[in-house]
Design a protein around this ligand. Sequence first.
Ligand code: ARG
Length: 613
Amino acid sequence: MASIDSITERLQAFGITDELKNYPGSNITQNPYDIFRCYITEQLSKVSGVSEDLIYPALEWTNSSERGDLIIPVPRLRIKGAKPNDLAVEWTDKFEKGKYLEKILAVGPFIQFYFDRNLLFNIVIKDVLKLEKNFGQSNIGAGKKVVVEFSSPNIAKPFHAGHLRSTIIGGFISNLYEKAGWEVIRLNYLGDWGKQFGVLAVGFERYGSEEKLEADPINHLFEVYVQINKDMEAEKEKTLAQTGVATSETDNNARAFFRAMESGDEKALDLWSKFRTLSIEKYKSTYARLNINYDTYSGESQVSQESMRTATEQLQKLGLVTEDQGALLIDLTPHNKKLGKVIVQKKDGTTLYITRDIGGAVERYEKYKFDKMIYVIACQQDLHCQQFFKTLELMGHEWHNRLQHINFGMVQGMSTRKGTVVFLDNILEETKEAMHNVMRKNEAKYAQVANPDEIADLVGISAVMIQDMQSKRINNYTFNWERMLSFEGDTGPYLQYAHSRLCSVRRNASSISDDELLSADYSLLAEPVAADLIKTIAQYPDVILNALKTHEPATIVTYLFKLTHIVSSCYDILWVAGQTPELAAARLALYMSARQTLNNGMTLLGLTPVIRM
Ligand code: ARG
């Protein structure tokens, strides 16, 4: 990466010598839009007498270039006595455009600011080409730590759509915080404790194969789990018919095994630990296909009995716990009716899912001293999260307000055409196959791809991910093979296609060097589409900040589709081939900054942009 000149040097190159003031919350070294925001704030404050703190946050984006690049609704400045329309005219007359602005217009109660295109081209293109993958990076989170818990599947049980969404959204959120300078801990909280491990152990004795376990632990354990459950059902049916009471010896053995695990029996724990370790190993490689690397594989099993006991005792001391037939429960209704009553300890003394979440949160705080902890969990667990967050608050943990539940809706119809898919790995394999078939349909193109298998994998993964991230998290959606794998419309394959096409624009102009792109004469970029494109590229750092507020991947996805649509409309107008070297270099530089921005956005979402397809 070439080093980037200081903002002062960059502005000086443009004949601007006055020092630019950096307002709180603005970031002129990393965000081109902020350069203009800062200048406008300073000037407008000068001519209006309104405090800069009021002006800066009142500057808004516009939806269309006709309304300028930034706009300020004068009423937001709350000036008493004067009419906003009159003020707009008066201030506009006095405002000095300097070298930053092309024009400024008073329209009703609004003032519209139009950036100087040439300055915008010069700053943005050079920033993007020099910063490369760091374009969009900021340090607003520097020194802060966030724990992001996501995916969290259950061992020996299906990896269902809820886990898939948690994986995709959580991977994105982790990347997003990293882009904003936070230290991010990616944590997978496995469902790796409970009676099902007793069931699994008994099942493994009867049906298990060491070989299959080594080769494909996730599928094999699930197979065993399904089989042994059938046995238990059959036993229960039989005993019910014979004696009138349903009992299952297998079930009793399973309980006994889990009790042994809970009391620390080494043999029982060895087997459990083997299941766990092998499953994690397999998961790791599957997550890697999605560009996800966890810092830690935690899980329900890792929450210590001790911290759960301490928590329960603390709750008892605070008088929050009541006993009900030997079980311990907390009544949350005085605080909020909806929260109901929560059992934290069963009558046999064992703990529950929620107890583990309470103990687990305390342990994580002690370990990480996080500034924030995010749980990416389906909205079916909204109540569960509210309950354990509230409990932590009642326990007096001042950090309870650092916890945030990021939820999402359901996926309908994720079982596949074959109807067999239950695990992440199977989903990805089948998507790859389907993508490969779509690619084969275009024979001429297919013949040119050197590594079709790899491309089918990457593009297929993009299809699944974009389908998931393109509308608001809370919306439900239907898994739609045909639509998501299509190259047309707003799909993952379309984004990949747009990226690879930009790469081919670069390959086709290989006589132009990277240095020439940086020193090109951008004033040759006179067409309105070029202006639209540079403005959109310039917005990328702002878009990241927006996404940090909404925690919505759709904020980025929508932006990337807007960007690619503008690029595609440029192709008809801004030719590179057959132009003078100067014009070709300027246009190519613009395309390459679009490519870099698209690449950064796709990577942020967790995709791997392809170079050819
Ligand atoms: N393993 C759980 C499930 O499949 C999800 C865990 C969510 N995280 C948590 N801290 N409760 O439903």
